[in-house]
Design a binder for this molecule. Structure first.
Ligand SMILES: Cc1cc2nc3c(=O)[nH]c(=O)nc-3n(C[C@H](O)[C@H](O)[C@H](O)COP(=O)(O)OP(=O)(O)OC[C@H]3O[C@@H](n4cnc5c(N)ncnc54)[C@H](O)[C@@H]3O)c2cc1C
Length: 545
């Protein structure tokens, strides 16, 4: 007998797990297959961005992220140095995660939670929904789209091959995606930016070996320019050292890696290698995110330089964008245009984010182009100290764009989306370092505190929400229209002048993923057309007044 599942997810990295969890949270069953076992050989991501934390809040797993294992008392400064017993050029100061306060635009702040801690949190969340069957050591071999369902051939740990049927298949299977290859989807952008080698090592009390103040991330600058980075991977005794490399492919063995680490720390010392992993830094986005009943998400759809910490966070946004659209179609109230809108909405976000990350890389490698003069590596005379300061200050200024990128995480917009109803207002500037909340359709629905710890965002997620800032507006026709197509809709009355001002209208229709789909001061649009449009049941059709 062939198993039948609504959604087959291929890949149990953070994006596949988030998709399984979000689907389960919506009451949708999924089967997730992951080729490896449940251990992470080497954690890649470590920064959980502010939008991802908002989703974790929605899923009720914020405390799990906090207690996942990273030392939340550990300082988060970034510093640029010659070596850890040499000179410091500059530093951007950040508090430990436990002391960080959310910005006024969000109820959350970003967190430090590397993949070896974050994946288990997501796995637990997905399993707790009791809707997600997660099978490790199970590999997708091939699949076929039959028009009304997909079949996939899987191989389990006993080399047993079997077939499953699914309504939809989502490839969250990383950069080398079998699903993307099977669909024949190419990627465009910049191929290999660098061949980089990472080593995770264990050394308790590393701080005692050097004279530099502690930091979460160190960037090492030598006469050749920027050559390596070191990141606190658990805020205790584990560190990830990256030999950045360049476009030329080369193997870095344990001896070379050890010498490079000694150079960075500025002395020889004992430590234990936990893993060494060569990887290619690329800047690519898939030309398409969907073919028929098969989708791709996360690194399968976009590959980016890690500079900025956008890769997984963009992928989790993919998962949340796609999940409710799949649910809507499986539950019978969503249309084809809703499924099409996934690519329409998320692909431009990926292009923006990978391009920004590439820019961050160029800024980080700036010292390779404008080489530091020899004097900045020299003695402590007032002249060389001044030269170092001048050099460091310029670098500090250049790097700010990477450290402060709230506009990437919260300021994305689904401009022109076929399932968003424009109100004709001009698009505000899309910025990186600044994010101005707006209730304009296509943007993330803004946060406002309704109570000491209740955010307006806490109202969003499971269904469409009509936020009403003026109780005199009659929404009965909208409710009736939603009911007629079984579109889940809840009306939330909000008595808050500041919130009303942020949303810029008396009513805002907010989608399950937390995006404003429509706003207005009255229900002057045809409610039937409105619900048909935002659920993708009709394509571009004017909304009659
Ligand atoms: C050094 C480094 C630091 C980074 N830091 C950050 C950061 O701070 N923040 C951030 O947002 N991003 C960061 N990233 C990027 C981030 O790690 C990736 O974007 C993220 O891991 C992508 O998640 P994913 O689930 O899409 O893919 P992956 O994590 O690659 O997972 C894909 C999974 O699919 C499985 N798979 C593949 N083929 C099959 C198959 N045929 N059958 C079954 N399973 C299969 C694989 O085994 C794998 O586990 C960093 C990346 C690097 C390299």
């Amino acid at each position: 007998m062939t198993d039948r599942v609504p959604v087959l997810i291929v890949g149990g990295g953070p994006v596949g797990l988030a998709l399984a969890g979000d689907l389960g949270w919506r009451g949708v069953d999924s089967l997730l297959v992951e080729a490896r076992d449940d251990t992470i050989f080497q954690p890649k991501m470590d920064m959980v961005g502010i939008r991802t934390m908002e989703f974790c809040r929605r899923w009720g797993i914020v405390d799990d992220v906090y207690s996942a294992g990273y030392n939340r008392q550990y300082i988060q400064d970034c510093a640029w140095v010659t070596d850890l017993n040499g000179y410091e050029f500059g530093r951007e100061k950040f508090p430990p995660p436990a002391d960080e306060q959310p910005p006024q635009q969000s109820p959350q702040h970003r967190e430090r939670c590397p993949q070896n801690f974050f994946d288990p949190v997501l796995t637990r969340f997905a399993r707790q929904t009791e809707r997600s069957d997660i099978r490790y050591r199970t590999q997708l071999l091939s699949f076929q789209d039959h028009g009304d369902h997909v079949t996939a051939v899987l191989r389990d740990q006993d080399e047993h091959e079997y077939e499953v049927e699914a309504d939809y298949l989502v490839g969250c299977d990383g950069g080398g995606s079998t699903v993307r290859a099977g669909l024949g989807i190419a990627m465009s952008g910049e191929g290999t930016l660098t061949y980089t080698s990472n080593a995770v090592f264990r050394r308790a009390g590393l701080e005692d070996l050097h004279s530099t103040e502690p930091a979460y991330r160190y960037i090492f600058i030598g006469p050749e320019g920027t050559w390596a980075t070191l990141v606190a991977i658990n805020g205790r005794d584990q560190w990830r050292f990256s030999l950045i490399g360049d476009e030329s492919h080369r193997e870095v063995g344990e001896d070379e890696m050890r010498k490079a680490i000694f150079r960075a720390i500025g002395q020889e010392f004992d430590f234990e290698f936990l893993s060494i992993l060569p990887w290619e830094r690329r800047q690519l986005v898939a030309d398409s995110y969907r073919k028929g009943r098969v989708f791709i998400a996360g690194d399968a759809a976009h590959l980016t330089s890690p500079t900025g910490g956008f890769g997984m966070n963009t992928g989790i946004l993919d998962a949340v964008n796609l999940s409710w659209k799949l649910a809507a179609n499986l539950q019978g109230w969503g249309g084809e245009a809703l499924l099409d809108s996934y690519e329409y909405e998320q692909r431009p976000v990926a292009i923006r984010n990978v391009t920004e990350a590439g820019g961050n890389l160029k800024r980080m490698l700036g010292p390779r182009v404008a080489k530091p003069s020899a004097e900045v590596f020299e003695d402590d005379s007032p002249q060389t100290e001044a030269a170092r300061r001048e050099y460091g200050d310029a670098y500090t200024e250049a790097m700010k764009r990477e450290w402060f990128s709230i506009g990437i995480h919260l300021g994305y917009v689904y401009e022109g989306s076929p399932v968003v109803v424009s109100d004709g207002s001009p698009m505000p500037p899309v910025e990186v370092q600044r994010y101005v909340p707006t209730g304009r359709p296509g943007h993330r629905a803004p946060h406002a505190w309704l109570d000491t710890d209740r955010s307006l965002l806490d109202e969003y997620g499971r269904e469409f929400v009509a936020v009403r800032f003026d109780p005199s507006v009659d929404l009965r026709k909208l409710t009736a229209a939603a009911e007629s197509i079984a579109m889940p809709l809840r009306i939330v009355d909000v008595d808050s002048a500041p919130a009303a001002e942020l949303y810029g209208a008396k009513i805002a229709l907010v989608r399950p993923d937390g995006t404003v789909a429509w706003r207005g001061d009255d229900l002057t649009v045809d409610p039937d057309l409105l619900v048909d449009r935002v659920t993708g049941r009709i394509r571009e059709r004017a909304l009659a007044a």
